[in-house]
Design a protein around this ligand. Structure first.
Ligand code: CTP
Ligand code: CA
Length: 209
Protein backbone atom coordinates (compact mmCIF):
# COMPACT_ATOMS: atom_id res chain seq x y z
CA UNK A 1 0.00 0.00 0.00
CA UNK A 2 1.39 3.38 -0.97
CA UNK A 3 0.96 6.19 1.54
CA UNK A 4 1.35 9.91 0.94
CA UNK A 5 1.46 11.82 4.23
CA UNK A 6 1.82 15.54 4.96
CA UNK A 7 3.28 16.72 8.27
CA UNK A 8 4.41 19.76 10.20
CA UNK A 9 3.63 23.42 9.71
CA UNK A 10 4.16 25.49 6.61
CA UNK A 11 5.92 28.84 6.52
CA UNK A 12 4.51 31.68 4.50
CA UNK A 13 7.23 34.22 4.05
CA UNK A 14 6.71 37.96 4.38
CA UNK A 15 10.32 38.64 3.43
CA UNK A 16 13.49 36.48 3.47
CA UNK A 17 13.67 36.45 7.27
CA UNK A 18 10.06 36.69 8.47
CA UNK A 19 7.16 34.34 8.03
CA UNK A 20 3.71 33.31 9.25
CA UNK A 21 3.50 29.81 10.69
CA UNK A 22 2.18 27.80 13.63
CA UNK A 23 3.45 25.60 16.43
CA UNK A 24 3.04 22.20 14.77
CA UNK A 25 5.98 19.93 15.65
CA UNK A 26 5.34 17.34 12.93
CA UNK A 27 5.33 14.54 15.53
CA UNK A 28 1.89 13.15 14.64
CA UNK A 29 2.63 13.06 10.91
CA UNK A 30 6.04 11.48 11.41
CA UNK A 31 4.50 8.92 13.80
CA UNK A 32 1.93 8.00 11.15
CA UNK A 33 4.68 7.67 8.54
CA UNK A 34 6.59 5.29 10.83
CA UNK A 35 3.45 3.31 11.67
CA UNK A 36 2.53 2.97 7.98
CA UNK A 37 6.09 1.83 7.19
CA UNK A 38 5.98 -0.67 10.07
CA UNK A 39 2.86 -2.20 8.51
CA UNK A 40 4.75 -2.73 5.25
CA UNK A 41 3.57 0.41 3.48
CA UNK A 42 5.61 2.39 0.99
CA UNK A 43 5.61 5.88 2.43
CA UNK A 44 6.27 9.34 1.01
CA UNK A 45 6.31 11.99 3.71
CA UNK A 46 5.96 15.61 2.60
CA UNK A 47 7.04 17.70 5.54
CA UNK A 48 7.15 21.35 6.41
CA UNK A 49 10.05 22.68 8.51
CA UNK A 50 10.38 20.56 11.67
CA UNK A 51 13.22 19.43 13.93
CA UNK A 52 12.65 15.69 13.41
CA UNK A 53 14.88 13.13 11.72
CA UNK A 54 13.61 11.30 8.65
CA UNK A 55 11.92 8.05 9.73
CA UNK A 56 13.85 4.98 8.52
CA UNK A 57 12.60 3.53 5.27
CA UNK A 58 10.42 6.53 4.47
CA UNK A 59 10.93 8.80 1.47
CA UNK A 60 11.05 12.32 2.92
CA UNK A 61 10.44 15.44 0.87
CA UNK A 62 10.96 18.70 2.79
CA UNK A 63 8.99 21.78 1.76
CA UNK A 64 8.46 25.28 3.15
CA UNK A 65 5.19 26.85 2.03
CA UNK A 66 1.65 25.60 1.45
CA UNK A 67 2.19 26.09 -2.29
CA UNK A 68 5.37 23.93 -2.15
CA UNK A 69 3.53 21.26 -0.15
CA UNK A 70 0.69 21.25 -2.66
CA UNK A 71 3.11 20.87 -5.59
CA UNK A 72 4.95 18.00 -3.85
CA UNK A 73 1.65 16.23 -3.09
CA UNK A 74 0.50 16.58 -6.70
CA UNK A 75 3.68 14.74 -7.79
CA UNK A 76 2.78 11.69 -5.73
CA UNK A 77 -1.00 11.73 -5.40
CA UNK A 78 -1.88 9.75 -8.53
CA UNK A 79 0.23 6.79 -7.46
CA UNK A 80 -0.76 6.71 -3.79
CA UNK A 81 -3.46 4.50 -2.30
CA UNK A 82 -3.82 6.46 0.90
CA UNK A 83 -3.40 10.19 1.46
CA UNK A 84 -3.17 11.38 5.06
CA UNK A 85 -3.22 15.15 5.59
CA UNK A 86 -1.66 15.69 8.99
CA UNK A 87 0.11 18.97 8.22
CA UNK A 88 -0.97 22.17 9.93
CA UNK A 89 -0.98 24.08 6.66
CA UNK A 90 -1.07 27.87 7.08
CA UNK A 91 -4.47 29.10 5.94
CA UNK A 92 -3.17 32.47 4.74
CA UNK A 93 -0.06 33.90 3.18
CA UNK A 94 1.07 37.47 2.71
CA UNK A 95 -0.30 38.83 -0.55
CA UNK A 96 3.10 40.34 -1.30
CA UNK A 97 6.45 38.75 -0.52
CA UNK A 98 9.40 41.06 -0.42
CA UNK A 99 12.68 39.74 -1.83
CA UNK A 100 14.59 42.08 0.51
CA UNK A 101 14.22 42.28 4.27
CA UNK A 102 11.76 45.09 4.82
CA UNK A 103 12.62 47.68 7.46
CA UNK A 104 10.23 48.11 10.36
CA UNK A 105 7.88 51.04 10.15
CA UNK A 106 6.97 53.48 12.86
CA UNK A 107 3.64 52.78 14.55
CA UNK A 108 1.08 50.12 13.64
CA UNK A 109 1.54 48.10 10.49
CA UNK A 110 -0.90 45.85 8.67
CA UNK A 111 -0.30 42.98 6.33
CA UNK A 112 -2.61 41.95 3.53
CA UNK A 113 -3.19 38.20 3.45
CA UNK A 114 -4.61 35.85 0.85
CA UNK A 115 -5.80 32.27 1.33
CA UNK A 116 -3.41 29.41 0.62
CA UNK A 117 -4.52 26.40 -1.38
CA UNK A 118 -6.50 23.82 0.63
CA UNK A 119 -4.40 20.78 -0.24
CA UNK A 120 -6.74 18.14 1.18
CA UNK A 121 -9.79 19.66 -0.46
CA UNK A 122 -8.04 20.00 -3.81
CA UNK A 123 -6.79 16.40 -3.78
CA UNK A 124 -10.32 15.34 -2.80
CA UNK A 125 -11.53 16.66 -6.17
CA UNK A 126 -8.76 14.72 -7.99
CA UNK A 127 -9.24 11.37 -6.29
CA UNK A 128 -9.62 8.19 -8.27
CA UNK A 129 -11.61 5.10 -7.31
CA UNK A 130 -10.01 3.09 -4.55
CA UNK A 131 -8.03 5.92 -3.00
CA UNK A 132 -8.55 6.58 0.69
CA UNK A 133 -8.29 10.13 2.02
CA UNK A 134 -7.78 10.85 5.69
CA UNK A 135 -7.85 14.37 7.10
CA UNK A 136 -7.13 15.83 10.50
CA UNK A 137 -9.19 18.48 12.23
CA UNK A 138 -7.51 20.72 14.78
CA UNK A 139 -10.13 22.35 16.97
CA UNK A 140 -10.40 24.16 20.25
CA UNK A 141 -14.18 23.72 20.70
CA UNK A 142 -17.24 21.76 19.47
CA UNK A 143 -15.12 18.95 18.05
CA UNK A 144 -18.03 16.58 17.61
CA UNK A 145 -19.85 19.05 15.38
CA UNK A 146 -16.88 20.43 13.47
CA UNK A 147 -15.17 17.10 12.72
CA UNK A 148 -18.01 15.53 10.68
CA UNK A 149 -18.61 18.88 8.98
CA UNK A 150 -14.95 19.02 7.92
CA UNK A 151 -15.08 15.42 6.68
CA UNK A 152 -17.98 16.34 4.40
CA UNK A 153 -16.49 19.68 3.30
CA UNK A 154 -13.14 18.13 2.36
CA UNK A 155 -14.53 15.05 0.63
CA UNK A 156 -12.45 12.66 2.70
CA UNK A 157 -13.24 9.17 3.97
CA UNK A 158 -11.99 9.61 7.52
CA UNK A 159 -11.23 12.50 9.79
CA UNK A 160 -9.12 12.47 12.91
CA UNK A 161 -10.20 15.21 15.28
CA UNK A 162 -7.98 16.51 18.02
CA UNK A 163 -8.53 19.15 20.65
CA UNK A 164 -5.54 21.46 20.32
CA UNK A 165 -6.52 23.50 23.38
CA UNK A 166 -6.24 20.65 25.90
CA UNK A 167 -2.99 20.80 27.90
CA UNK A 168 -0.38 18.10 27.13
CA UNK A 169 -2.03 16.73 24.00
CA UNK A 170 -2.26 17.73 20.38
CA UNK A 171 -0.10 20.31 18.68
CA UNK A 172 3.59 20.22 19.65
CA UNK A 173 2.95 17.64 22.43
CA UNK A 174 4.25 14.06 22.64
CA UNK A 175 0.81 12.64 23.39
CA UNK A 176 -2.49 12.96 21.64
CA UNK A 177 -6.15 12.12 22.15
CA UNK A 178 -8.33 11.94 19.08
CA UNK A 179 -11.74 10.96 17.83
CA UNK A 180 -11.96 9.06 14.59
CA UNK A 181 -14.87 9.66 12.24
CA UNK A 182 -15.87 8.17 8.93
CA UNK A 183 -18.82 8.92 6.65
CA UNK A 184 -21.13 6.91 8.91
CA UNK A 185 -20.25 8.87 12.03
CA UNK A 186 -18.07 8.51 15.11
CA UNK A 187 -16.07 5.27 15.05
CA UNK A 188 -13.93 5.51 18.17
CA UNK A 189 -12.04 7.74 20.55
CA UNK A 190 -8.34 7.01 21.09
CA UNK A 191 -5.95 8.13 23.83
CA UNK A 192 -4.60 10.09 25.56
CA UNK A 193 -1.53 8.10 24.53
CA UNK A 194 1.87 8.68 22.92
CA UNK A 195 1.55 9.76 19.29
CA UNK A 196 3.26 6.54 18.13
CA UNK A 197 0.44 4.51 19.74
CA UNK A 198 -2.27 6.82 18.39
CA UNK A 199 -0.75 6.46 14.90
CA UNK A 200 -0.77 2.65 15.09
CA UNK A 201 -4.32 2.56 16.45
CA UNK A 202 -5.61 4.88 13.70
CA UNK A 203 -4.16 2.61 10.99
CA UNK A 204 -5.56 -0.49 12.72
CA UNK A 205 -9.05 1.06 12.69
CA UNK A 206 -8.92 2.29 9.11
CA UNK A 207 -7.20 -0.79 7.68
CA UNK A 208 -8.10 -3.78 9.89
CA UNK A 209 -6.07 -6.88 8.98
N1 CTP B 1 -5.50 21.32 5.14
C1 CTP B 1 -4.85 21.34 3.92
N2 CTP B 1 -4.56 22.52 3.32
C2 CTP B 1 -4.89 23.69 3.91
C3 CTP B 1 -5.55 23.68 5.17
C4 CTP B 1 -5.84 22.47 5.76
O1 CTP B 1 -4.55 20.27 3.37
N3 CTP B 1 -4.60 24.84 3.31
C5 CTP B 1 -5.84 20.02 5.74
C6 CTP B 1 -5.11 19.72 7.04
O2 CTP B 1 -3.90 19.05 6.77
C7 CTP B 1 -6.12 18.85 7.77
C8 CTP B 1 -7.46 19.38 7.29
O3 CTP B 1 -7.21 20.07 6.07
O4 CTP B 1 -6.04 17.51 7.34
C9 CTP B 1 -8.17 20.27 8.26
O5 CTP B 1 -7.33 21.34 8.65
P1 CTP B 1 -7.87 22.40 9.68
O6 CTP B 1 -6.86 23.49 9.84
O7 CTP B 1 -8.39 21.70 10.90
O8 CTP B 1 -9.17 22.96 8.93
P2 CTP B 1 -9.39 24.10 7.88
O9 CTP B 1 -10.19 23.53 6.76
O10 CTP B 1 -8.10 24.76 7.51
O11 CTP B 1 -10.33 25.11 8.65
P3 CTP B 1 -10.03 26.03 9.96
O12 CTP B 1 -8.54 26.14 10.15
O13 CTP B 1 -10.67 27.31 9.64
O14 CTP B 1 -10.71 25.30 11.10
CA1 CA C 1 -6.64 25.58 9.03
Amino acid sequence: MRFLITAGPTREHIDPVRYLSNGSSGKMGYALAEAARARGGEVTLVSGPVALAAPAGVSLQKVVSAADMHAACLEHFDTCDVFIAVAAVADYRPKLRSTEKSAKVKGPHSLELEPTVDILKDLGTRRRDGQCLIGFAAETSELDTKAPAKLAAKGCDWIVANDVSAPGIGMDANDNAVSLWNRSGLVTRLGPAPKADIARLILEQVFPV
